[in-house]
Write a protein that binds this ligand. Sequence first.
Ligand code: HEC
Length: 153
Amino acid sequence: MSQGSKGSSKLMIIIWVLAMFFIGYKALNSSSAESSNSETMIDSALLERIKPIGEVRIDSSMAATSSESSEKAERSGEEIYKANCQGCHSSGVMGAPKYASLEDWAARIDLGLEKLTLSAIAGKGGMPARGTCMDCSDNEIKLTVQYLLDSLK
Ligand code: HEC
């Protein structure tokens, strides 16, 4: 008899423990579900705050401003000329057509900005590729050639 009651109280304990586990598990689960819910809420709130910046960048008016600022980062033809081209093109060393010398440029001027830019990028005779300005973009070379051509006016 006492054995039977001992057995049933053991069973009760086991059931109680299982129930507690179950409840605990459920509570844990729901709280983690809740917290992940609030995380996604934070995420979307964050996204909402970040979003306008991303959108503004795509926005055409801002795209114009950002390309303006990248143009500012681009060096001017004058800057590049003074840093990279002057050495040869002010003295006419090795037959380099001189800055502001219409006489020197007369034979080349008909090539036009595009072709002169291409040969300045590729190099030609004593003219090194990109006039030694290896970090010059094609457009910066073009600006510099334009700067040289402007000197002839
Ligand atoms: C090491 C000297 C040297 C440097 C530095 C130099 N040039 Fe020249 N450049 C020459 C010479 C020499 C020529 C003539 C090449 C020829 O026609 O054979 C020339 C020719 C040119 C021409 C005419 C190309 C053509 O098709 O006739 C352009 C444009 C030009 N240079 C632009 C530049 C620019 C821009 C820079 C600087 C970024 C530069 N050069 C730097 C020596 C130089």
